[in-house]
Ligand binder design. Sequence first.
Ligand SMILES: [Zn+2]
Length: 432
Amino acid sequence: MINLLEQELQTHDVVCRFCGQKTFTVIDLGRLPLANSLSTTCDAIAPKYPTSLQVCSACSTAQLAHCADKEKLYLDYLYVTPESDMLTQHYADIIHFLQTKNYLKTTHNILEIGSNIGHFLKFLAPNVQKILGFDPARNIANMARANGIPTICDFFDAKNAQHVAKQFGKQDIVFARHCFAHNEKPWLMLEGVTEVLQEGGLFIIENAYFPDTIEKREFDQIYHEHMYYYNVRAIDLITQKYGFELIDLLASDIHGGSMLYVVQLKGGKRSVQPIVKKHSEHEKNMHQPTFYASFTQTIEHNRHQLTSLLRKFKRQGKTVHAYGASAKSTTLLNYYNLHKRKIPYVVDSTPAKQGKHIPVTNNLIISEEDAAINVPDYYLLTIWNYQDEIIKKVRESGNQYSGFIIPHPQLKIIEGENTSRPQHSRIMPHRK
Ligand SMILES: [Zn+2]
């Protein structure tokens, strides 16, 4: 059995970008469009790129075989940190953890890399002395500034870090939340952090936690912006190589399971907490192909189940729309081939996305207001990471009718609470 699985999970000749050792393929999603490059017209031809997830057989770092160009991905960016109670609670949890552990003080100067429109910094501001954001997307940095968050618009590297140190002084904490995996050469970020970090300072990374991605079957976390998928072992090895030391962790449920890594410069005075060793132990088989066998099998099983369900609903005359035009929605809709004839509309609250289409599958993105008068029998919840929040929002909008299809880890249906459609709803014309 093991030999057969190892044959299926063939070894590619892609080498690990961190340690140069061989990698093996965990899942090959074929050619997918860039997840946040929404099409402005229906049936526009979107370029597609290979999307194969490899794991290093030595250091267990997971990485895409093919990295897209960073300028294409980030200079004009559509992802804006959403308004969300779950995120607000998460920020409060992070700050509480850092204060309790004495990592964060009111005298601190804080730099955040990949600060987006500055939500986290705004939340952090009353607890620290100074905040500064760093983001490469021009449109996003402008929104942050308009929001009162000082933001430098560029990619973060050693040269830019020197500039920050000179102009704003060295920083007590540098955050890189959900961006350390987002570029081909994360070591450039580590080099930059060494330039700008105060002696005794901390570098705090947060990312989707790869063991959760695997255990919860979240294959749609795989897209071109996510060039790396980290576990504790990988972060430990990578940061060590560039003169740092991983000392503490905070696990959370955000974005389908995330990990916050607290890192100091090697030789720093803080001691390594036992939780680091505990997690590394749990991950000890992640450099072996057999660890991933049930993941790839379940994805195929779920794909079959969902497409069969949609066929059945179509025969019964039931309508299905998707909820959430996030990056993971593009992966899910494309890999499952859920084009506009199967799922005509995707609801999303971000105005910049509305009126655009998911690339290749061409599902039209509509606002929550349009969704309230265009009530489907079911929503495929593509932003399953906000499940409770979205269901509550839809129910509070007066829609007790639509059911929800949850795609992971196993396909699950949550039926609507009323059997009759809301009075004001109407069916939008069928999309050709
Ligand atoms: Zn490696």
